[in-house]
Design a protein around this ligand. Structure first.
Ligand code: ADE
Length: 257
């Protein structure tokens, strides 16, 4: 997978792209990550990328030219790196590269969820556009982007932190990124439920005990306990998640207890 971020603050991404699981995924060649300063694509000698809104009013609006130029340059470079030979173009068995998802970060967008992370993880190429201004010229929305995404109902100073959130949650789903493949499968939300409680050594800590069942070695009973705890925790904390699930008789009974 390839992920490019267009931002006025590419330095913000250095630590995130190089550290921990993202850093390892990059070192293993599972993802290619880059942050590009779209100010380099300003058509103005002062490097201006925003302007006052037509019709008046406060704030500044991100101009369309630098954003379109930066995306077009990215795509040109990508094509130059992977030239389509004539033979490959004619050969039906060689897949043509999928067009990138071009994602605009903004509070008006669709709310990001685990489902969206799973959808993004199936893409070959993601481009995130991070603004730092009052708004985006509407033509960026209508003429360039494929998705508008928000990470929640609050307003941040820019799209950089939301882009990092989305990149982190997407990359950890790529095959080979997490050591234990199961850990993404049992995550909160992947199953549609919140995760069950975890314990490790010691069996007793400051008077707090590990539940006996986890020490029993009885795998079927442990699985059933985990499922029940997941369901109960979801009922307590996020009951609306249960509306989307089909529960069997036993599971419905657990919730009534
Ligand atoms: N830019 C500013 N606030 C944002 C949010 N909540 N989500 C995505 N992008 C944003």
């Amino acid at each position: 997978m390839r992920i490019d971020v267009l931002t006025l603050f590419p330095d913000m991404f250095e630590g995130v792209f190089g550290a921990s699981i993202l850093g390892k995924a990059r070192d293993k060649g599972l993802v290619r990550l880059s942050a590009v300063n779209f100010r380099e694509y300003s058509t103005n000698k002062h490097g201006q990328v925003d302007d006052t809104p037509y019709g008046g009013g406060g704030g500044m609006v991100l101009k369309p030219e630098p954003i379109f130029a930066a995306v077009e340059d990215l795509l040109r470079r990508k094509e130059a790196e992977t030239p389509q030979t004539e033979a490959a173009a004619e050969d039906d068995t060689v897949p043509t590269p999928a067009p990138p998802r071009i994602v605009l970060l903004c509070p008006q967008g669709e709310t990001f969820t685990q489902r969206k992370a799973e959808e993004f993880a199936r893409e070959e190429h993601l481009i995130f556009i991070c603004g730092h201004y009052e708004g985006y010229d509407e033509r960026i929305r209508t003429g360039l982007v494929t998705d508008e995404i928000s990470i929640g109902d609050y307003v941040l100073t820019g799209g950089e932190l939301p882009a990092m959130v989305m990149i982190d949650s997407t990359v950890r789903l790529l095959p080979g990124v997490l050591g234990n493949e199961n850990s993404a499968v049992t995550d909160s939300f992947s199953t549609g439920l919140l995760e069950y409680p975890h314990y490790t050594r010691p069996t007793e800590f400051r008077g707090m005990q590990v539940p006996d069942i986890l020490l029993s070695g009885h795998h079927a009973n442990i699985e059933a306990w985990r499922r029940r705890e997941s369901l109960r925790r979801t009922l307590q904390r996020r009951p609306e998640l249960l509306d989307r699930l089909e529960l069997n008789k036993q599971e419905s009974k657990w919730l009534d207890e």
